[in-house]
Design a protein around this ligand. Structure first.
Ligand code: 9YW
Length: 447
């Protein structure tokens, strides 16, 4: 495919199209992650989608997060999928089998795992957007933040109670899906140790019909492992500590840990502003400090890139992925390490690679042997990650860097198809088009 020559659509045109994508994917109570491939609500997608919705209608943004929080499990977990009635996604609620878990929500069906804790970040952003739109919107957002706060606190507490089993202090995941970066090379080694049993119930993949070519999605081998882990959790009855004890896959997720640190800070600050319980606010600050220290301690000598930790095999994982820049999001690694990471990020192994169409860091370095320009989390650029990096950099006071990511992110999506991810050298949209979170971050960049 020949490289395209962006930009093709005006900013106003692009924002209008993004609004249409969110409207078209809206079922009334939730915006599905994409029209065909993902006809349900995903936890971290919902957070970004709500940020985009805030630019169109603060009430609708708040309703989106209300829908998600309404599906919170009684022990505090926010599930990674809230199912609509759609039947064309696999694994659906029957395969997850969470109906047997006593702590599940009663009125809605969900998956039995979680995703990165970015929700407080979304609430914070919505509150700020609403302050700019009108006094009534500001009040609406404030009241929402007040009622959402205890649930978000319980969600963070769930992670601390059940997902810090490793001395590294990294927030631990029991499935690659929990990282949001399903088939990233980050998880290759831990997945290699997952051996699906002969009693893995048969299944038919439905995801391949939703994309142009199977090479844009995980492989069948990977899917067998994904489903085997679901089987293990189902058999553990989704009891959180039993899942951690029995899962073949148990990994400290350094990127998720950095996001958790940020989200705890943001939630603590919101708690101060809203006059929430002081002991709980103090707990959030302590969790944040601990998570930040864990991210810093994972940094590899030399490059400074942060590392995930395979808890089962008791070893650090060295894949060269965007997650390595986690310390730049949450801070705490010290100025020397940060300077090294920033140089690396700007340089030819990453955003400064001369052949990139837009200077947005790809999910995996093009110089890494694991790089695959078209396959999902193994190389393509993800607009939502550019937004997340930009948001974190702005917060750290690096406004110019944030502006650069916004400009290059917009260049990436300038064809107006709202791809799920993009081929870094040609700018071809891959995976789903009309992907909600892509439209949402475009709205936030433009409004
Ligand atoms: C799947 C919805 C989700 C994202 C994940 C992404 C993908 C679902 O889509 O997972 O079936 O592959 O990896 O981060 O939340 O957009």
């Amino acid at each position: 495919t020949a490289a395209r020559t962006p930009p093709r659509i005006s900013s106003t045109g692009l924002a209008a199209r993004a609004a249409v994508v969110l409207r078209d994917n809206d079922t009334g109570t939730l915006v599905t992650a994409s029209p065909r491939l993902y006809p349900h609500m995903w936890s971290w997608d919902a957070a970004f989608i709500a940020v985009g919705l805030a630019h169109l209608d603060v009430g609708r943004a708040v309703a989106e997060l209300d829908t998600l929080l309404d599906a919170q499990w009684r022990d505090g977990m926010i599930p990674h999928i809230v199912f609509t009635g759609a039947t064309d996604y696999f694994p659906g609620p029957d395969r997850w089998g969470t109906d047997a878990a006593p702590q599940r929500p009663r009125h809605v069906r969900t998956s039995g795992i979680c995703q990165p804790a970015v929700h407080a970040i979304a609430v914070h952003r919505i509150v700020n957007v609403a302050r700019r739109t009108s006094a009534a919107d500001a009040e609406l957002a404030r009241r929402f933040a007040e009622r959402a706060w205890p649930g978000l606190y319980r969600w963070h507490r769930w992670l601390v109670r059940h997902r810090l089993p490793d001395p590294s202090g990294l927030v631990t995941i029991v499935h690659g899906w929990e990282s949001g970066m399903d088939n990233s090379p980050r998880w290759d080694l831990p997945y290699a140790a997952v051996r699906p049993g002969p009693d893995l119930p048969p299944y038919v993949r439905l995801d391949l019909a939703g994309v142009g070519h199977p090479g844009e999605r995980p492989s069948d081998d990977e899917y067998d492992r994904y489903l085997w882990l679901v089987e293990q959790m189902r058999r553990a009855g989704y009891r959180p500590d039993e899942v951690v004890r029995t899962s073949d896959f148990l990994v400290g997720d350094v990127f998720g840990t950095a996001l958790f640190a940020l989200a705890c800070d943001v939630l603590a600050k919101l708690g101060d502003d809203l006059g929430q319980n002081r002991a709980e606010i103090a707990a959030l600050r302590a969790w944040s400090a601990r998570a930040r220290a864990a991210v810093a301690a994972s940094c590899r000598p030399g490059t400074g890139l942060a590392r995930d930790r395979d808890v089962r095999a008791d070893r650090w994982l060295d894949a060269e992925t965007l997650a390595g820049f986690a310390p730049l999001l949450c801070g705490g690694a010290g100025t020397r390490v940060e300077a090294r990471l920033l140089d690396l990020l700007d340089g030819p192994r990453w955003a400064g690679h001369p052949a990139l169409l837009a200077a947005v860091p790809p999910s995996v370095s093009p110089h890494s042997p694991d790089f695959d320009a078209r396959r999902y989390w193994r190389g393509p650029q993800w607009p939502v990650l550019a937004w997340l990096l930009g948001w974190a950099f702005e917060r750290r006071g690096w406004s110019q860097r944030a502006a650069g990511l916004r400009e290059q992110g917009l260049r990436l999506v300038s064809d107006g198809s709202f791809g799920e991810y993009y081929e870094p050298f040609t700018g071809e949209p891959l995976g789903s088009t009309r992907q909600s979170w892509t439209a949402a971050v475009v709205l936030d960049w433009l409004c």
